[in-house]
Design a protein. Structure first.
Length: 66
């Protein structure tokens, strides 16, 4: 499935690469929320998807640090 492939890609990255991806995902979430507030966002489900991706990235970072 699509999510499993994404998780495999995350697990293959180093912690610094994961931190960079986390920053990018948080910026994307901010932009999506801003677009939603100004009624410019067409696909509102993207916000939920990005939030889950942020949680996945943080989980993999925690697993690598443990």
């Amino acid at each position: 499935m699509k999510i499993n492939k994404y998780l495999e890609d995350l697990r293959a990255k180093s912690v610094s690469e994961l931190n960079d991806e986390l920053v990018a995902a948080k910026k994307e979430l901010f932009n999506l929320r801003f677009q939603n507030a100004t009624n410019q966002l067409d696909n509102t489900s993207r916000i939920k998807e990005v939030r889950k991706n942020i949680a996945r990235i943080q989980t993999v970072i925690a697993q690598k640090n443990a």
